[in-house]
Design a protein around this ligand. Structure first.
Ligand code: ADP
Ligand code: ADP
Length: 223
């Protein structure tokens, strides 16, 4: 079965008397191990779609399944559990906690899963290695690192609980071209070792890294 499946998903926002069809009948199916870019211009519905796949929001109508679980049957706690077990998030702004070191930032998702401090630290170092952060930065805080290094820490954090899916929202949007390419190469490596990678972007240059492109326009899949 596909790892992510949307069937005729609509997400309608109501603003006063206006109804905005942010997603207007989207059906997509993403296989385990795929590397997908979701492309579309500003306002096309990318963030709304990311929120559906990331178990952050539910559709107005239609069905979303993640790892074969139908999200519409879940309450908030159920959604949170599915999200924690299945999805690692990567953002344009890195979203690291500025007062914590690289290692401590990576440990955060493991705290929620109840791992012991020693185990967390060991795993955090392992994940920072996987994300190719030079380990002399492990005790550095975000403002002592370059953008590319911060994104590597964010990727290590996303990997902490070994989710089957990495969901990246404009992961290179704050990086220069070469650093962005290196981050995309890292995502490609992680994909080669089995993680399903989904990148949401308006940047056509990211398409070359993926196996599959989903193009969205005015809330509809056009390709
Ligand atoms: P993208 O991420 O591609 O820029 P979005 O998913 O953010 O697109 O937005 C799709 C459409 O839904 C846009 O018309 C946007 O203005 C509208 N929209 C998004 N979020 C909300 C919201 N919370 N309330 C009302 N309208 C929204
Ligand atoms: P934008 O793409 O508009 O710049 P962000 O990249 O900050 O927005 O966030 C993308 C989406 O992910 C948002 O809809 C937001 O609700 C969600 N999000 C933001 N931060 C987190 C987080 N720490 N954990 C889970 N979801 C988040």
């Amino acid at each position: 079965h596909p790892i992510v499946e949307l069937q005729d998903v609509k997400r309608i926002y109501t603003l006063g008397t206006n109804r905005i069809y942010a997603l207007n009948g989207v059906s997509i199916s993403i296989e385990k191990g795929d590397f997908v870019t979701i492309m579309g211009s500003s306002g096309s519905g990318k963030s709304t779609l990311l929120n559906m796949i990331g178990c952050l929001d539910l559709p107005t109508s239609g069905k979303v399944k993640v790892n074969n679980v139908d999200l519409s049957r879940l309450d908030d706690d159920g959604l949170t559990a599915i999200r924690r077990n299945n999805i690692g998030f990567i953002f344009q702004q890195f979203n690291l906690i500025p007062t914590l070191t690289a290692i401590e930032n990576v440990e955060i998702p493991m705290i929620f899963n109840g791992a012991s401090p020693a185990k967390r630290r060991k795993k955090a170092i392992e994940m920072l290695k996987k994300a190719d952060l030079p380990l002399e930065f492990a005790e550095h805080k975000p403002n002592e690192m370059s953008g590319g290094q911060q994104q590597r820490v964010a990727i290590a954090r996303a990997l902490a609980n070994e989710p089957p899916i990495l969901l990246a929202d404009e992961p290179t949007g704050n990086l220069d071209t070469r650093t962005g390419q290196n981050i995309m190469k890292l995502l490609k490596e992680l994909n080669s070792s089995g993680t399903t990678v989904i990148v949401v972007t308006h940047d056509p240059k990211l398409e070359e890294y993926s196996h599959t492109t989903i193009r969205i326009q005015d809330g509809e899949v056009v390709e």
